[in-house]
Design a protein around this ligand. Sequence first.
Ligand code: BTN
Length: 252
Amino acid sequence: MYKIPANTLFMGHSVVFMPECHSTNDEASRLVESSGHVVEGTVVITDSQTSGRGQRGNTWITEPGKNLTFSLLLKPTFLNAQDQFLLNKAFSLGLYDYLNATLQANVKIKWPNDMMVNDKKICGILIENQIQGQNIQNSIVGIGLNVNQENFAMPTATSMKVLGKDFTLENVLHELLSFLEKRYLQLRSGNLEELHSDYLSALYWLGERHMFKKAEEIFEGEITGIDPYGKLKINVDGTTEYFELKQVQFLK
Ligand code: BTN
């Protein structure tokens, strides 16, 4: 069970806890469909997610009881559907701020919203928006943060414990929610320039030469930024190329 956090204005003031479920994003979406009104900031959280979903149709698998797997329900009706990448920016930055304040490590945001610590992935975010007309009605922000797990199938994964000590899941959730709320309120107040410049400062591989893959082609390039719609800008042989989520892979 999770208590209501004392350090937030609304984030996490309603909590739906399930010892086990398929996917908290799916449960959150069911909640929106089945009830007329869901309070903004509701957290749907589980100890054991059996069919966790990731980006690009991937699965999200974590050891039960050791990590945070939860979804936040938001109502960013002030956002135009074409600006939905702003949610990626705000929630990645909330996670970035929390991890940076908590861990003695090199924290970065790997576009679009993976959290990297010392070059390994510690957290993934899956944002699913419900759009009505021009605007976003509901947004489900699913977060999988590796906290106390020590062994991973993938050598590219890490956790907070690997970098330091054991953490209490409820404390991590409460502190994290306060950082996420600050960034969401920054977005809501329209402070987009700071959101953009902070996102760029935290961006993994920005201004460095690396290898990428598009379709079957491997190429070298340098990330130079993000366009207003969230496309990744890579300078390839002096020309800026723009990539959507599934169009480019980071190699080394
Ligand atoms: C990714 O890195 O591909 C995104 C992973 C997102 C995983 C979280 S865990 C809680 C929520 N429920 C899901 O089914 N997925 C997200």
